[in-house]
Design a protein around this ligand. Structure first.
Ligand SMILES: [Zn+2]
Length: 324
């Protein structure tokens, strides 16, 4: 506070106290106030530059925690990437190999995301780097998992079609031939029973009484039904797909059959007869692969053990006459 001022009064011979004007007092007050405020401000700046406020301390701790959590998250991403790499390797080297599918090229597996910067919204913060890095890795992981699951879909489809393919492959004898005694004549040159000349026999003959059941040797669709008294006589052809057809000749009759009818392996499709050029009741059976006749003896693997197969080969190679 300013000191009080006095003025000598010659009239009263005393000192009168001079009262400062209001304006002056206000001025004094304001200068004090500004002084105090300046000091307070300076102290505050000094304090906050040296010490953290409790709120700042809390935020720093929170920030450190977040950083730690992001690091842990990244480690988890690491182990997920390792697991996925292992799955991808197995997929390419085992599953896709079994089904003759090409491995998925790494350009597809590891494809990133082109074009615009997807992480722009994450930029401009203290920890942008680690957050963007984590987001990128998670995105890539998500994409790789998607590619992998598509690959498994494909493998499942391939496995299903392989199952179809197996049941469409001629694999049983067309008539019941448990002890192989019905095996009459096989693939190769034989004396033709009627023409009495050496002629290539493009199928296999099974002797059996007229009316013996004839089986479809694989799943397929009846392709051809022909009634005739010449050549092959009453004839049926089944188309199995995958390039395979089977032919059944000299039939006595058909069993509820029409062209286009779907049949399964083992279905009774016809009955043994001796129609056409035939000397005795028997079934002439052919297997065609890609429009070429092939030796049917190699297509009984569902029926025959290894030893039976050996006997079957010997029986089917006996020289002599064929039955047609
Ligand atoms: Zn024959």
């Amino acid at each position: 506070m300013a000191k009080s001022k006095y003025r000598y009064n010659p009239d009263s011979l005393s000192y009168d106290r001079i009262k400062p004007s209001f304006k002056k007092r206000l001025l004094i007050f304001l200068s004090w106030l500004s002084f105090v405020l300046t000091i307070a401000l300076l102290l505050n700046v000094f304090y906050s530059s040296v010490f953290d406020t409790p709120r700042e301390k809390m935020l720093i701790r929170e920030n450190n925690q977040l950083n730690l959590q992001y690091n842990i998250l990244n480690q988890k991403v690491n182990s997920l990437e390792t697991v996925l790499e292992d799955i991808e390797r197995r997929d390419d080297n085992i599953y896709r190999t079994i089904f003759n599918a090409d491995p998925i090229p790494s350009s597809v597996r590891d494809a990133g995301f082109g074009g615009v910067n997807r992480y722009e919204y994450l930029e401009g913060y203290n920890n942008s780097d680690i957050i963007i890095e984590t987001a990128k890795r998670l995105d890539l992981l998500t994409k790789a998992v998607y590619v992998q699951s598509k690959s498994y879909d494909e493998v499942v489809d391939l496995a299903k079609s392989r199952e179809n393919q197996l049941s469409s492959l001629p694999a049983i004898m067309p008539i019941s031939n448990k002890d192989l005694t019905r095996t009459a004549s096989g693939w190769g040159f034989r004396i033709h029973p009627i023409y009495k000349i050496r002629k290539f026999h493009y199928g296999m003959d099974f002797t059996a009484p007229t009316g013996t059941e004839v089986y479809a040797s694989a799943d397929g669709t009846i392709d051809q039904i022909q009634r005739s008294r010449r050549g092959y006589g009453n004839l049926m052809v089944i188309n199995h797909g995958y390039g395979y057809k089977t032919l059944y000749a000299h039939l006595n009759d058909f069993n509820n059959a029409w062209v286009g009818k779907k049949v399964n392996r083992g279905d009774i499709i016809a009955f043994v007869g001796s129609t056409g050029l035939s000397t005795a009741p028997h079934l002439h059976y052919e297997v065609h692969l890609n429009r070429k006749k092939v030796n049917p003896v190699n297509y009984y693997f569902e029926d025959l053990t290894a030893e039976e197969f050996d006997r079957m080969i010997v029986l089917s190679m006996r020289p002599g006459q064929s039955f047609d």
